[in-house]
Each structure stands twice: as C-alpha cells, then as structure tokens.
Design a protein around this ligand. Structure first.
Ligand code: IPE
Ligand code: IPE
Ligand code: MG
Length: 252
C-alpha cells in the first residue's frame, strides 16, 4: 500500500498551512548562493499544491515571505520578488488546468508595484476555480495582521458601528486577512526549526503542528502524505477528555 493509499479521505484536513523553510541551507549544501535554493523551492511548491489538490484538501496556505524577511540583504529580497513575479506568470495556466484558485494575504501594498499588479491579475484569472484555494502569505506576519484588525475595529467603534461589549471572536475573525477561510487543522514547518515565526498566531490556536527536518526544496508529495498520515493518528480533543471524544465516535 502506498503512503497516498493509507490516507483516510474521511479525515482529511480541510486546510493545511506550510512554513516553507530551509532554502538557504539547501543552497549552501549544494555549494550555491541562497537564491539557488529559493529557485529550487518552486518545484516543492508545485508538488505540495498538486498533491493537496488531488487529495481533496480545500485550502493550502504557504508562508512565502514574512514582514521580517524585508530585513534580509537587498540582493536576496530583490531576487525573491523577481522569482515571485516569474513564478506567478509561469504558473497561471497550470493553476487553471488544475482548477486551483490563487489568493494572497499580507501587506500587499508593501510589495513592488509590478508584483502587486501581476499578483492581482493571477488572482482575477483564477477566481472561478473551485477545487482548492492556494493562499500565498506575502509580506505577512501575524502581529501585523492583528494590529491592522485592531485598528479597523477601533475605527468601527469610534464610528458607532459596533459597541465594545459586542466585540467577540467572530468580529475579530472577520477583520483578519483569512476571513472566510477555516483555521488550518494542520501546520507543517520544514527544515527542522521548531518555531512559528509570526505566522497565523490566531488561526493556529488549535492546529496540529508537524515539524520535519526536510529542507523545503527537497519537499515532495510523499512528505505531504507523511504529514497528513501523522495528523490522522492524532486525537484532537479541543479541551475535552479522551473518553468524551471516544464516546462521540462510538455514537457515530
Ligand atoms: C525559506 O527559506 C524561504 C524564505 C524565508 C523566503 P530560508 O531562506 O529561510 O532558508 P534558511 O532558513 O536560511 O535555510
Ligand atoms: C519564516 O522563515 C518565513 C517564511 C517561511 C516565509 P524564516 O527563515 O524567515 O524564519 P526565521 O526568521 O528563521 O524564524
Ligand atoms: Mg529560514
């Protein structure tokens, strides 16, 4: 039985989020410049997206560039923006062929104008696709997202549109960039780092975390299957006891 066949389609995560890390180290291992690693990371993006869509995952969110990544050397930032531009151009037809809708979250205003324009075009041209939503987190950080949500909420209160006592979780969720997208059940981070690096702090409140030493450019379909299989072995309790969860299962 292949890894793919072992996956239980009934217990598939609806939303998988990935912190794609390790491009620089992968390049170094190959005696190359960091940018070589980023270029090779594109294959992994394609593999992960196609594998997720084929399985029936509804949402895949990829952390591609963080707010903090702007602090990298200018030459690397420019190369990443150039790669983003080229990849989006090259992939539009494949996204359409695979019926995948492109989406983006983050401070998109801070991207170079040409990137923003090209991104918006790709989002527009794939908007009717319905098999899976592929969200790229670009110039994204969770603290940025929460601050902009808090600002908008303060404006709503000031304008009398909302009372402080009416503020609840739903109100906040509506103001996050992920509005309308369910929280990820599974969060994967590659490259053996055990941290979240300012990614979806609100949305991963109850996500299952999966860490793999695989460097992102080496990530393939099988790595995604392994992560999903690991996820399917876990008991998600949401604060309840194991017995309560088992009883509900028995009644089903
Ligand atoms: C992830 O790989 C890609 C981005 C953050 C843009 P890194 O570039 O962080 O690779 P390492 O962590 O230095 O190996
Ligand atoms: C996290 O990776 C951001 C992305 C994957 C885009 P980093 O490599 O920037 O994370 P830190 O700074 O090492 O935590
Ligand atoms: Mg890194």
């Amino acid at each position: 039985m292949s890894l793919k066949e072992k996956i239980n389609p009934e217990r598939l995560p609806r939303h998988i989020a990935i912190i794609m890390d390790g491009n620089g180290r992968w390049a170094k291992n190959h005696g190359q410049h960091r940018v070589f690693g980023h270029r090779n990371g594109v294959t992994a993006v394609r593999e992960a997206s196609e594998a997720a869509a084929e399985l029936g995952v509804e949402y895949l969110t990829l952390y591609a560039f963080s707010t903090e990544n702007w602090n990298r050397p200018l030459i690397e930032v420019n190369a990443l923006m150039q790669l983003l531009l080229q990849t989006i151009n090259d992939e539009i037809s494949t996204l359409n062929k695979n019926n995948i809708r492109l989406n983006a979250i983050g401070d998109l205003e801070s991207l170079p104008k040409v990137n923003r324009k090209n991104l918006m075009k790709a989002i527009e041209e794939t908007r009717n696709n319905s098999r899976m939503t592929l969200t790229l987190a670009l110039s994204y950080s969770s603290k940025w997202e929460i601050v902009q949500a808090a600002r908008r909420l303060a404006e709503q209160v000031q304008a009398g549109l909302c009372k402080p006592e009416d503020v609840d979780q739903q109100c906040i969720e509506k103001l996050l960039t992920t509005n309308g997208i369910p929280d990820p059940e599974l969060l994967i981070r590659t490259s053996g780092e055990y941290r979240i690096s300012n990614f979806m702090l609100w949305q991963i409140a109850y996500s299952e975390l999966y860490f793999t030493p695989t460097l992102w450019p080496d990530f393939r379909r099988e790595d995604l299957y392994k992560a999903i299989l690991d996820y399917q072995c876990r008991e998600r309790r949401f604060g309840k006891t194991s017995e309560q969860i088992q009883n509900v299962k028995k009644q089903e």
